[in-house]
Each structure stands twice: as C-alpha cells, then as structure tokens.
Design a protein around this ligand. Structure first.
Ligand SMILES: [Cu+2]
Length: 260
C-alpha cells in the first residue's frame, strides 16, 4: 500500500534472484559429489589423495562471493537511502527524509497493550485506529509510555521500535490504493503482547480531511483532558503536567519541517 512496501517487495525479488544461482550451484555440486565420489561397493576402503588446495577454485570462490556481498551491500545501502529509511525507524533525528515538502505527522504511542495515534496537525486528538490519507508522505513518530514495543504495519512496509522516552521517526509514502491494513506489536512486551493488534485504514485525501476535521471537533472535549502533545511522554510522578512530561521541558515544537 506504500512506496516502502513496494520497494521491499522489489528487494525480496532481487535477493531471491541473486540467491537462486548460488543455491543451484551448491545443490548441483552436492549431487555431483555424491554420484562421482561415492565409495564403490566391494572395493577396499582407502583414503583419497591428500588435497593441498586448488588455486583456481579458491580464487574464483573468493572473487564470486566478494562480488555478490559487495553488490548486496551497495544495493542495500541505496535501497535504504532512496525511500527515506525504507520504512524503518531512524531515531529522533532522521538522516534520510522524504523529498516531499508536505508530510503528515502521525504519532504512534505504544503501551501495554494497545496502540494509540495522535495527530498534532489536527489539535493533537487521539484515536485507537490508525487513519491515513492515500498518495501522501507520512512521518510516523513512534514512542511508548511504558516498556519497549515495536510498531509494525506490514502492508505499509513500516516497522519501528517504540521505546519510552524516545521519538523514533519512520517515513513512508502511501500509494493510490485505499483500504484496511493491520498493525501489530513486534517486540515481546509482556503478557498480552500477542493481543496488541489493531486495524488501520488508508482513505482518500478528501475522505481523510473530512474524518480528521470531524474527529478533531468530536473529540475536542476528550483532547482537552489529554496531556499536551509532545514527542515523548514520560510517566513521572514529578512531571510538570500531570505526570507525563520530564520537568522543565517544552513538550511541543511545532516548527519541525521535513524535506526542505
Ligand atoms: Cu507491545
């Protein structure tokens, strides 16, 4: 459903295509060795001639595997950089950001044992279903309120660690397709880890705008009771705002801009 998921599928194909000749060579050689060097029945057991190496074989083996590994290294690095981190969490200060200047920020909050989502561009309301627009660059800011979790949206090709006190950013860009996807926790986080599953949905841009506007209005009373939007929340009895912020910390920096 996203450019990152699409590019991951391409990577799987490339890796499979690279691995097939290698495994075919291993299997064919294995079959050849079994047939040709099998000890013939009825002849006395004797040791083979001592091997002192085979320069051509060793040199071509080292050369071929070096080329394959270096090519995979270059390809993998490019595939990590071009799709802005390839859907993985890049930490609080991402090196690779989307080219688009129009990035929707969605905060993903893990806690035992559920996911919630906050939308800072729409007054910071919170939902328990992830709703995003199609054909849009999205920055997931992933964090946790308690233990370590991992935000994994398979159909979006996004997977990012959710650690308490840490703002882990993962980018993706949705494609035209709309529809549902699944969000799971991918880090063993306690008794109900396996139940930490929710659905999400990709809407059209206008559908999303309508949903966000009506949710912002409808949730206004509840949003007012939430801790103010922040990049991380530290459950702390001595916190400044009802126990969710480290002392003396400005929770919200609205000036964060991507792609410029
Ligand atoms: Cu979890």
């Amino acid at each position: 459903m996203t450019e990152t998921a699409h590019s991951q599928q391409v990577d799987f194909t490339v890796i499979t295509a690279t691995a097939i000749p290698v495994i075919l060579f291993v299997w064919v050689y294995f079959g050849y060795a079994l047939r040709v060097w099998r000890h013939p029945k009825g002849t006395p057991l004797s040791d083979g001639p001592p091997l002192r190496g085979n320069f051509r074989m060793q040199a071509s083996w080292i050369a071929a595997t070096t080329v394959i590994v270096l090519a995979a290294f270059v390809y993998g690095t490019v595939e990590l950089i071009l799709p802005a981190g390839a859907g993985g969490g890049e930490g609080p200060a991402p090196i690779w950001t989307p080219a688009s200047h129009n990035v929707l920020i969605v905060q993903v909050i893990g806690q035992q044992w559920k996911w919630t989502y906050r939308y800072p561009s729409f007054g910071g309301f919170e939902t328990d279903q992830l709703v995003i627009p199609n054909d849009t660059a999205i920055a997931f800011h992933v964090t946790s309120l308690d233990v370590i979790h991992s935000f994994w949206a398979y159909q979006l090709g996004v997977k990012a660690d959710a650690n308490p006190g840490s703002d882990n950013v993962a980018f993706t860009t949705t494609r035209q397709a709309t529809g549902a996807f699944i969000v799971r926790c991918s880090e063993l986080c306690g008794l109900w880890h396996g139940d930490m599953v929710t659905s999400g949905v990709v809407l059209t841009k206008t559908g999303f705008e309508r949903w966000a506007a009506s949710t912002e209005t409808g949730q206004a009373a509840a949003t007012a009771l939430l801790p103010k939007f922040a990049w991380t929340y530290t459950p702390d009895a001595n916190g400044a705002d009802g126990g969710y912020y480290p002392d003396n910390k400005d929770p919200y920096s609205p000036s964060q801009v991507y792609g410029s």
